[in-house]
Write a protein that binds this ligand. Sequence first.
Ligand SMILES: O=C(O)[C@H]1O[C@H](OP(=O)(O)OP(=O)(O)OC[C@H]2O[C@@H](n3ccc(=O)[nH]c3=O)[C@H](O)[C@@H]2O)[C@H](O)[C@@H](O)[C@H]1O
Length: 403
Amino acid sequence: MEKSSYFFTRGGGARWHYSLAKLTVWSFAFLALILIFFLRSPAPSTITSAADPSRRSLRNYNWGGSAWEKRVRASARARSSNGLTVLVTGAAGFVGTHVSSALKRRGDGALLERTGVFIVEGDINDEALLRKLFEVVPFTHVMHLAAQAGVRYAMENPGSYVHSNIAGFVNLLEVCKSVNPQPAIVWASSSSVYGLNTKVPFSEKDRTDQPASLYAATKKAGEEIAHTYNHIYGLSLTGLRFFTVYGPWGRPDMAYFFFTKDILKGKQIAIFEAANHGTVARDFTYIDDIVKGCLGALDTAEKSTGSGGKKRGPAQLRVFNLGNTSPVPVSELVSILERLLKVKAKRNIMKLPRNGDVQYTHANISYAQRELGYKPTTDLQSGLKKFVRWYLNYYSDGKKAVE
Ligand SMILES: O=C(O)[C@H]1O[C@H](OP(=O)(O)OP(=O)(O)OC[C@H]2O[C@@H](n3ccc(=O)[nH]c3=O)[C@H](O)[C@@H]2O)[C@H](O)[C@@H](O)[C@H]1O
């Protein structure tokens, strides 16, 4: 989230002016109450490393009080009697901004605040905050997108992955299991759980016990933890394995994003290849398709069966691949960017480093298709076109430094 916080701390949301695709298939009205954790970059004096224990302690956020509760309640009011009341964690992140806006408006986006999304700054490890939120609003659903993402960054800051993806997730589940009614939970897992699996395309039934990065290991741990809370407490849990999600407002630490920046600057870019000139490819998935998958998962989530920390019967437990089913070599991604940017990239072909990357991802999405009506419609060329348009527009005034 340190990386994702980029948008709000530096972008400030002030240019939230693109349009989200209209989503018309869902019939209920929403609230999206947004819980953001680690939204703000630490002040320089508090920037810490993974080894620093204060990095893992809670920061002080301002929340609480009657005015705050009133805003939480107002934001949580669904527009129809069968509307969902969704607590979205990680709303300042890439997927979270898109999902929460789509939930709230199901139409054109504007500034996040203008869509009526109320933003709570906090940490998912803050139990008191989570309990207070559930006290104020009996959320029917939690869309849990708060996480420490990124495959390679896990070697630099391993503690942040444990803090957010394991400790934070457990804290959230502890609160969800004990409230009454228990919400249904949809949460972000990752394609990286397939790790060194070589059977393609990846199906949900394939082995996921060979993670290649700590990030993948924490997401895999999340899936096992989800199983436990479903088994013991009757929580309805749906994990979504996202496949290399890209698009406007994306994460600057992802390759398509910093390739764009570096190509424009005339800087060399490293393009990884596997042993014996093997192709490295990803099943790049456009953000709007992912949003539809998230809403499909919320719409089909069954109720949790427990109450007051006690299971009353078996509850739904699901894991879905959300990919594009069309892997594209990284070198082809660069060729598309070259055409869109009208600039030739300075390519430096490098051996795939052993720091978490896998050679190939490819999603089998038939289960999501069947159960969620998930059907990705954006190919990489069209999705990157939208991204590049957003990128050039966003950075065109030269005021925003691309980091
Ligand atoms: O699906 C996921 O679960 C993950 O998707 C994403 O991971 P990745 O698929 O690794 O995306 P990303 O870093 O953009 O690298 C893209 C490609 O460029 C290659 N790559 C990368 C860097 C570089 O300098 N050169 C290069 O060739 C690299 O080898 C790779 O083939 C999310 O970041 C992660 O949070 C998680 O959600």
